[in-house]
Design a protein around this ligand. Structure first.
Ligand code: CTP
Ligand code: MG
Length: 254
């Protein structure tokens, strides 16, 4: 999709500049010991820088709010100074919280007026292609209040009863129809007021922002996700991410 295909702010739909909040305050426990996950490098560049660039690659995005590890805001600021963005994109850095939800909330608190569409994007998804970002923005501009990029599942999924002892057998309760299940990614895109209302209202533990909007009873829709928007969670994901970067470099002719 080209940048020109994005609607202009004057065509009657919610347009104008888009802000992206990037929660990056997690430790990355499942990745193993080391620096906070967002600061680990891929192809020599911190994961967070890849994620910020992926948002700034969309011409619609004029502000990126990075939610940094609470003890790492100065380090994140100097990292971002060392990796400048296109001139059209401003960056803010704020300290994160104990949970992803809290971190996103701090990012939302820091949003200045003037961005009616807000993306929330995991720093742990550094390689999302710009076409996916633009598809999410376009769906919000077309009137959806909440949009998630989603992919069909490769594995069959079982619902289980928790094991009595850690690592013990877990009784299987059900096998949901795989064809109706989707794995969802980020960036998730929102009408700003709806997302802020959801964060003010929903206090349950959730793992994504769209589920908070679902709890308000508001409609959430999917657009096609992308396999390169996978989340770097475990050590094997680092190997995959390096391979994707190597393939891109090859294709770019470097
Ligand atoms: N995140 C955050 N603040 C937290 C926890 C998570 O900003 N208190 C962010 C992470 O930095 C990441 C995104 O939320 O970009 C998705 O979370 P996840 O992949 O679970 O990352 P971590 O929580 O860092 O990893 P783990 O759960 O393995 O510790
Ligand atoms: Mg986590």
């Amino acid at each position: 999709m080209s940048d020109d295909s994005l609607p202009s702010p004057t065509d009657g739909r919610p347009g104008g500049p888009v802000a992206a909040v990037i929660p990056a305050a997690g430790r990355g426990v499942r990745l193993g010991p080391g620096a906070p996950k967002a600061l680990r490098t891929l192809g020599g560049t911190p994961m967070l820088v890849h994620a910020v660039r992926a948002m700034a690659a969309s011409r619609a995005v004029s502000l990126v709010v990075v939610v940094a590890p609470p003890d790492g805001t100065a380090e994140v600021k100097s990292l971002l100074d060392a990796h400048p963005l296109p001139e059209r994109t401003d960056v803010l850095v704020v300290p994160g919280g104990e949970t992803r939800q809290e971190s996103v909330g701090r990012g939302l608190d820091a949003l200045p007026p003037g961005h009616e569409i807000v993306l929330v994007h995991d720093a742990a998804r550094p390689l999302v292609p710009v076409d996916t970002v633009d598809a999410v923005i376009e769906a919000v501009r077309d009137g959806a209040v909440a949009v998630v990029p989603a992919l069909p599942l490769a594995d069959t999924v079982k619902q289980v009863e928790p094991a009595r002892t850690p690592g013990g057998p877990e009784p299987v309760l059900a096998t949901p129809d795989r064809s109706r299940l989707r794995a969802v990614q980020t960036p998730q895109g929102f009408d700003r007021a709806t997302l802020i209302h959801a964060h003010e209202t929903v206090t349950d533990d959730v793992t994504d922002d769209a589920s908070m909007v679902e709890q308000l009873g508001e409609p959430v829709v999917t657009v096609p996700g992308h396999e390169e928007a996978f989340k770097v969670t475990r050590p094997l994901d680092l190997i995959l991410a390096e391979a994707v970067l190597a393939r891109r470099r090859l294709n770019d002719g470097f």
